[in-house]
Design a protein around this ligand. Structure first.
Ligand SMILES: NC(=O)c1ccc[n+]([C@@H]2O[C@H](COP(=O)([O-])OP(=O)(O)OC[C@H]3O[C@@H](n4cnc5c(N)ncnc54)[C@H](O)[C@@H]3O)[C@@H](O)[C@H]2O)c1
Length: 366
């Protein structure tokens, strides 16, 4: 078991990674945040509750009230936020209530947003059950929902009181979800942790076979990286932007395929390939470094084939909300284990990178 301390200007909390956390969840939460109030809500999805609800319930002397959010990005909406908050009111929720978000990044983002606005804010903990949520979305306090106009356009920053990432829960995760989540750890390594890159190169079989010790090592390193970045820049005014490595083109791919053809981590995987191409042309990485990083990305694939045309992907990058004032903002690696933000990527550079990515997708995509 590993505990990582997250300290930001607005909050301090622990991220606990290990086995057997769900069965002891209530006691662990009370140890971290103090006595639980009478009205405790658990937000989860029906599938996750069917798999893990019995483990969670075992630790509560008084059963919490369970709220459901159906699985799928299409349910990360204001409409569901309204429904959930109304259900909480009708169930007797008040300013003293407490919320547990048990699930993947979608449950965590929606749960955190509900906690941020219900009665102007109630405390919550994250209990991430996907790899992506354990290494990334449960840490750092970004919460929110999508609009028809785009992803994550409404939200807030609210740090959880604690995070409990149970590695056992990953045992029921579909392989594709695991691999997509691992892209976030590949990202973590490339931008800030060269030792993590090496570990993921050397222990790929153990990681993909879900060997607990190997998973714990990768998750803890990824969380430590994110915690360090968030500690320095909670509100994404500078350093935190490096966490968007792979996101400029990744978001464009998600948008161009209407969030249906690929998982977020898969889109980030291809987005990292495009970013590597920009970095190579600018000389911030060598050819050998590029090959090594690309090999690592494909090792944790397969990434899906890409059907969108270069023109379509290019058009979608123009509407990326991270391109402040139309500037083509890109996170580029500087060698392996270091990254920075550049704001002057030209449309030509962008196009060359997108074309490179599409060509690689014809070979590596499945
Ligand atoms: N807040 C942040 O900082 C941040 C960072 C990255 C991503 N995100 C968001 O996270 C979301 C994606 O999260 P995700 O990849 O976890 O997807 P997800 O929440 O959709 O979960 C993926 C699928 O796995 C299922 N599932 C969850 N846990 C399971 C388990 N233990 N066993 C079996 N099935 C399980 C879910 O029901 C769902 O069908 C996106 O909306 C993205 O915008 C947020």
């Amino acid at each position: 078991m590993q505990t990582i301390r997250v300290e930001t200007p607005s909050a301090k909390y622990d991220v606990v990674i290990g086995s057997g956390l769900l069965e002891t969840l209530a006691q662990r939460i009370e140890r971290a945040v103090g006595r639980l109030p009478r009205r405790v809500f658990v937000l989860t999805s029906p599938e996750i509750w069917a798999l893990w609800g019995h483990s969670v319930l075992r630790s509560f002397s008084e059963a919490p009230l369970v709220l459901f959010l159906p699985a799928g990005e299409q349910h990360k909406t204001m409409k569901n936020v309204e429904r959930l908050t109304r259900e909480m009111i009708r169930a007797g929720g008040d300013r003293g209530s407490f919320l547990i978000a048990l699930g993947g990044g979608i449950v965590g983002d929606v749960g955190g947003f509900v906690a941020a606005i219900f009665m102007r804010g109630i405390p919550f903990v994250q209990v991430p059950t996907t790899f992506l949520a354990q290494v990334d979305s449960s840490v750092g306090g970004k919460v929110g929902v999508n609009l028809p106009e785009g992803k994550n356009l409404v939200g807030n920053f609210l740090q959880p009181r604690a995070v409990f990432g149970d590695i056992d829960a990953l045992g029921t995760l579909p392989d594709r979800e695991l691999r997509a989540g691992l892209m976030e750890s590949v990202k973590a390594g490339i931008i800030r942790d060269r030792a993590l890159v090496r570990f993921m190169e050397e222990h790929a079989d153990a990681i993909l076979q879900r060997e607990p010790k190997a998973l714990e090592r990768v998750i803890a390193a990824s969380v430590r990286m994110k915690a360090d970045v968030v500690r320095r820049d909670e509100r994404e005014s500078g350093l935190r932007m490096i966490l968007n490595f792979g996101h400029t083109v990744g978001h464009a791919l998600e948008q161009a395929t209407r969030y249906k053809a690929m998982l977020h981590g898969e889109a980030v995987g291809w987005g990292m390939v495009a970013a590597l191409a920009v970095a190579r042309r600018r000389g911030t990485i060598t050819g050998a470094q590029m090959e090594r990083m690309e090999t690592l990305i494909y090792r944790y694939g397969p990434l899906p084939r890409l059907k969108a045309s270069a023109a379509r992907v290019m058009a979608a990058t123009g509407s990326d909300k991270k391109n402040v004032g139309g500037v083509r903002r890109f996170v580029l690696p500087f060698g392996i284990g270091e990254a920075g933000v550049v704001e002057d990527v030209t449309p030509d550079e962008m196009e060359a990178a997108v074309k490179y990515m599409l060509a690689r997708a014809r070979v590596e995509g499945q």
